[in-house]
Write a protein that binds this ligand. Structure first.
Ligand code: XMP
Length: 512
């Protein structure tokens, strides 16, 4: 299959480049910038994109790719830092600009027939973020477009199929970015559209069957998107040789366990083992109030319970996991001395080694949006695929302070009301998360003629793209009013509801 390689120089947009191209049905993989030309050639890359990055090519020790990539005979597109690298490495000159150009710029196309700019109007808006400036182009290159601050906003060496952009085509603020990327992959690299979810399913099912043979797989199902899609895919591939384990840790939302049982056992006819370990979790958590200590305790008990479940099931050789592509990309860390850090994603810790299980990660090639598309092809509903994120430690990190059954029950009731009202108001899918937090304080209230001294529920309603940053959501007052009235009237033990109006940073989304 055709691959476009994105060499990562540490730009915050590297993954966005890959996602944009995959949206056009061309497989794109992200490679560490040190990846050798030989390796890229052996992977069969049909085009190379050099990402942007925070470094300056003028700085000593700034990250450079293998110069052999320019001799592979495949087209290269340099974006921002990638363009400056290309200019420097091929004999041009880069100087530091006296004006850093951030944000919007206006692109003016100067040539009529640059293959990269086909369909891009004479003038359009682009998104810049760079400091250095090209002073002279390498031999063979010519200017193709300019902005206010840069004569070399787009450059080309048509003979060698080398192109460069000083702006970011991958961000939505660049009007015709998508066309420019498509021009590169289809017009210049001549890639075929063969990255589709139905194609992926076929290939993945084949591979899973070959790998697993007549052996057995276990998978921890959380009810979240990733494990649900992984389960559906594995089930399609190997049917009853997959057993899913759902652990009821006593920290679940109202009705969650029944929902999971109904969906997977009844509808999907999947081998589901539900383990009720709530007593074990709650006993371990008793008296623990420190957030990190809670998280650790919950993680430990989970491993114990899961291990026991594997032993009970017996004859299991593989552990299925919903690991996604962003978790396996080698991250580029540029701070003077670039070092490669491999992020690993083992939410069951050292279990695979300890229990001699091989990992099976059928989603490790996919971005989240692709996982959703895959899940939809496999017949999972919008309710499953577009559920708001829910933390692994569950309500354990939403009951502040001591975790007790009484507090969990209060939180569950309040949270269910909030969720219902978010759906009713059409806000559930618009927000990143909307949930309740139980606060371990009691305050005075009055109900009828009686004085009350009860608990406080905080509402956490946030908008976010990726949970790295978040804003508190401004939702209509009448919705807040309904939620507040209903929680106070319907949930025994609550007489006050407050709204969290903190953004992340400096606050986090969860309270613990
Ligand atoms: P914070 O609170 O760090 O949360 O702003 C960022 C996002 O991550 C979710 N979250 C977790 N998810 N296990 C998870 O699977 C966890 O331990 C965990 N802690 C936080 C949180 O809900 C938010 O979407």
């Amino acid at each position: 299959m055709a691959i476009i390689a994105v060499l990562d120089f540490g730009s915050q947009y590297t993954q966005v480049i890959a996602r944009r191209i995959r949206e056009s049905q061309v497989l794109t993989r992200i490679y560490h910038y040190t990846t050798s030309a030989a390796k890229l050639e052996s992977e069969g890359v049909e085009g190379i994109i050099l990402s942007g990055g925070p470094a300056s090519v003028l700085a000593e020790g700034s990250p450079r790719p293998d110069s052999g990539i320019f001799n592979l005979g495949v087209p290269v597109l340099g974006i921002c830092y990638g363009l400056q690298l290309m200019a420097t490495m091929l004999g041009g000159k880069v100087g530091s600009s006296n004006r850093r150009e951030y944000g919007r710029g206006h692109l003016k196309v100067n040539t009529k027939d640059c293959p990269l700019l086909v369909g891009v109007p004479q003038t359009s808006r682009v998104w810049n973020s760079h400091g250095d400036k090209i002073e002279s182009l390498p031999e063979g290159f010519m200017q193709a477009a300019s902005t206010e601050n840069s004569g070399f906003a787009a450059v080309e060496d048509r003979g060698r199929s080398f192109f460069g952009l000083q702006f970011h085509p991958e961000v939505v603020h660049t009007d015709h970015g998508k066309e420019i990327l498509n021009n590169f992959i289809f017009g210049v690299c001549a890639c075929q559209k063969n990255w589709t979810m139905s194609g992926y399913i076929e290939k993945a099912i084949d591979e899973i069957r070959q790998t697993v043979g007549d052996q057995n797989v276990i998978l921890g199902l959380s009810g979240g998107v990733d494990s649900s899609v992984a389960a559906a895919l594995l089930h399609q591939a190997i049917g009853s040789r997959l057993t899913c384990v759902f652990v009821d840790n006593g920290l679940l939302r109202k009705g969650e366990r029944a929902k999971v049982e109904k969906l997977y056992s009844d509808n999907f006819n999947l081998n589901l083992k539900v383990v009720d370990a709530s007593a074990q979790f709650l006993a371990t958590l008793a008296g623990i109030t420190d957030p990190e200590a809670k998280r650790k305790a919950i993680g430990h008990v989970f491993i114990e319970v899961f291990e026991e479940a594997i032993n009970d099931i017996g004859n299991v050789q593989f552990l299925g996991q919903g690991t996604l592509y962003p978790d396996v990309i080698e991250s580029v860390n540029i701070a003077g001395n670039p070092s490669a850090v491999i992020k690993s994603h083992h939410n069951v810790g050292g279990l695979p080694e300890k229990m001699n299980l091989q990992l099976l990660e059928p989603l490790r090639e996919l971005f989240k949006d692709e996982v959703r598309a895959l899940g939809a092809e496999l017949g999972l509903s919008k309710e499953v695929l577009w559920r708001q994120p829910f933390p692994g430690p569950g309500l354990g990190v939403r009951v502040i302070g001591d975790i007790t059954v009484e507090r969990l029950d209060i939180l569950r009731e309040a949270d269910a009301i909030l969720e219902e009202e978010m759906f009713r108001a059409g806000l559930y899918y618009k927000l990143w998360q909307s949930f309740c937090v139980f606060l371990p304080v009691r305050t005075v209230g009055v109900m009828g003629d009686e004085r009350t001294y009860d608990n406080v529920i905080a509402l956490r309603l946030v908008e976010s793209i990726d949970a790295m940053t978040a804003d508190w959501a401004q939702i209509p007052n009448n919705v807040l009013q309904i939620v507040s009235n209903r929680i106070i009237n319907e949930v025994k033990g609550v007489n006050r509801v407050v709204l969290d109006i903190s953004s992340k940073p400096p606050a986090t989304i969860e309270w613990e």
